[in-house]
Design a protein around this ligand. Sequence first.
Ligand SMILES: [Zn+2]
Length: 146
Amino acid sequence: MSDPESVCYICHIDGPMEEHHLVPRAYGGRKGKTKPLCRTCHFHLTKASRLKEITLINLRSINPLWSNSETATRATELANIIQKSRKLTESDRNKAMLIQQRLAPADARKLRSLSRVFHCSLIKAIEISIDRTYRSIKRKIPPDLH
Ligand SMILES: [Zn+2]
C-alpha cells in the first residue's frame, strides 16, 4: 500500500504532493489542518473557490479531472471551506497577511546568518533587522511618520 500522504486527497493520484491548508494561510489557517494535493488539483482549487456557485458542472469546467462524483464532492468540500473562510475574513483588517518575498541568494544567506547569531527563526531575524535599522535612523524620520 502506498503512503496516504503521497496520494492526492481529491483525485487520488500518486506522486509528489503539495500541502494544502484547509483554511488558507492568508485567511488565518497557517497553523490549521492540511491535506495533500497534487499540483493540478491544488492549482485549480483556488479558482474553484471563487465560483459564484460551486456546482459539479462548474467544477468540471475548471478541471476535467474532477469528472466523477467522488472527486467532485471532495473538490466541492475543499472549495467551500476556502470560500467560507475568505468571506469570514474579508472585512477583518487584522487578518494574517501573507507576505511573499523572494530573496536574492546573498540576502537569504545574510538572513540565515542573523538567525543563527540571534538563535531565532528567520521571521524573527527579519523583525530584529527592521527594528535595529529603524532605531538607527529614527532621528532622521519625521515625527509624524513614527
Ligand atoms: Zn489531485
